[in-house]
Design a protein around this ligand. Structure first.
Ligand SMILES: NC(=O)c1ccc[n+]([C@@H]2O[C@H](COP(=O)([O-])OP(=O)(O)OC[C@H]3O[C@@H](n4cnc5c(N)ncnc54)[C@H](O)[C@@H]3O)[C@@H](O)[C@H]2O)c1
Length: 437
């Protein structure tokens, strides 16, 4: 009789396997759709009933992954459920649950641990379990493995355990789930083989590494590389500004070097689920080894100072007109954390708005992607997006360009706003009403 391993490989390779995706957010939903499009039967599991209902009704809840794709997957047999017992139906279990920080900026693995505790009693021989949530090296082996083996299954023999980080760039039209290479590390060689077979069914290029820890560290290196370089360029921005030099002009000139330079751009502060959070997963784990991650801490410090820097520039601008921030009306342009998306997670706009309100300013915002300001973990603004026209623009004392969506009419803004604080380098030519931040 063939082993659980060879049966699993055969099912993954002939696409008769069922792929279970646990956590159907920004990472899990596109993966579910991709496996369905690749010809697999897919089962989605989430604790959020409204997401499950949406999917079973053939509807999306994330703008960038349209309802047409969900409806197609549904017609092809995709199902969603809140019942963890159904995970026994899946041959592959891919976990995409959140990995935030707690209030002490330490890893909060609650979601990963809770998910594993819920799934463990329903796991069976012949399954491959993949963790995709971003986390510190050692999580898969320290948190998942013992929970799986507690029920009598032997990892590497009965069941196969891998870590494969998600890579995504919301709003980037050049890449999609299928075309982003996938790094995979297994607990044993048999685990890795199962992992490669799992992802080869839906993704063009697989990049195997020697262990789950190497795969976990790979994801952190990628995100820390971004966080540190953004920190560097934010520091350069502050220096260049003091010297009367336009940092964007400098970056563009430096980027003409055909080797050894990669352009990163300054901004109003970090945003999104990954870059402001993930580096601190490594910082925390490194302490166990007596190591201080100084680059991470330093770039975190520089990047976290950016919202304050932007508000300082706003106050300078108002001051030129003999005004204080207290009592003025300020319009924020773009509240999503990056351009052309509706994603609000960790957006620096919220902190900038709070700082303005804290100094007695009144805030409003305009964002074509965010019609209503959603409730956030640390911020509450009962606001709706303001429609931009000449009359509206002139009625504010200043506008702060936080996120430079393509859908804004930049000429209209320039012609009508009394004062523009540009935190994105959108306006390259200087003008009396523009201050670069
Ligand atoms: N969003 C990105 O761009 C991105 C990119 C790379 C990596 N990641 C990482 O991927 C992971 C998931 O991120 P996301 O953006 O998809 O998060 P998300 O918040 O959009 O989605 C997570 C989903 O998991 C569900 N969930 C929570 N607990 C659960 C449980 N016990 N059982 C089943 N479902 C549960 C939630 O209801 C939610 O639907 C994180 O570790 C994140 O760091 C995210």
């Amino acid at each position: 009789m063939s082993s659980p391993h060879s049966q699993l490989l055969a099912r993954l390779r002939d696409k008769s396997a069922t792929i279970g995706i646990v956590g159907l957010g920004y990472v899990g939903l596109p993966l579910l759709l991709r496996y369905s499009e690749a010809g697999f039967k897919v089962l989605g599991l989430d604790v959020d009933e409204s997401k499950v209902d949406h999917l079973n009704d053939g509807k999306s809840y994330i703008a960038q992954f349209g309802s047409d794709r969900v409806a197609k997957a549904r017609a092809a047999g995709m199902e969603a459920t809140t019942d963890s017992a159904r995970i026994s139906e899946a041959d592959a279990v891919i976990i995409c649950v959140p990995t935030p920080l707690n209030k002490y900026r330490e890893p909060d693995l609650r979601f990963v641990v809770d998910t594993m505790d819920q799934l463990a009693p329903h796991l069976r021989a012949g399954q491959v379990v993949s963790l995709e949530s971003t986390t510190y090296p050692g999580t898969t082996e320290e948190e998942l493995l013992p929970r799986i083996e507690a029920n009598g299954l032997k990892v590497g023999h009965d069941i196969f355990l891998i870590y494969s980080p998600e890579r995504e760039d919301p709003g980037n039209k050049n890449y999609e789930t299928r075309t982003i290479p996938k790094v995979v590390g297994g607990h044993t060689p048999a685990c890795l083989e199962a992992g490669e077979a799992l992802y080869a069914g839906a993704i063009d290029k697989i990049v195997p590494v020697s262990s789950t820890r190497a795969a976990e560290m790979t994801k952190l290196l990628e995100n820390i590389h971004r966080a540190v370089n953004i920190g560097l360029v934010n520091e350069m921005k502050v220096v260049a500004d003091a010297m009367g030099i336009d940092i964007f002009e400098v970056i563009d000139a430096a980027a003409s070097k055909p080797f050894g330079f990669t352009a990163y751009y300054p901004g109003p502060g970090l945003g999104g689920h990954c870059i402001p959070i993930d580096p601190f997963y490594l910082t925390w784990k490194a302490r166990e080894y007596g190591i201080n991650t100084r680059f991470i801490e330093l770039s975190g410090e520089v990047n976290r100072a950016m919202p304050e820097y932007v508000v300082g520039k706003l106050m300078d601008g108002l001051n030129r007109h003999g005004r204080a921030l207290n009592g003025t009306r300020i319009l924020i342009l773009g509240v999503a954390y990056k351009k052309n998306v509706d994603d609000m997670r960790e957006t620096p706009a919220a902190e900038i708005m709070e700082k303005i309100v804290g100094k007695g300013g009144q805030v409003a915002y305009s964002d074509p992607h965010v019609p209503k300001f959603p409730p956030m973990r640390n911020y509450r603004f009962e606001l709706k997006s303001v429609k931009l026209d000449a009359v509206t623009l002139t009625s504010y004392d200043a506008v702060v360009l936080v996120t430079d969506h393509e859908r804004f009419d930049y000429d209209l803004i320039k012609q009508n706003a009394t004062l523009i604080i540009d935190a994105r380098g959108r306006y390259r030519e200087s003008a009396d009403n523009i201050i670069k931040a």
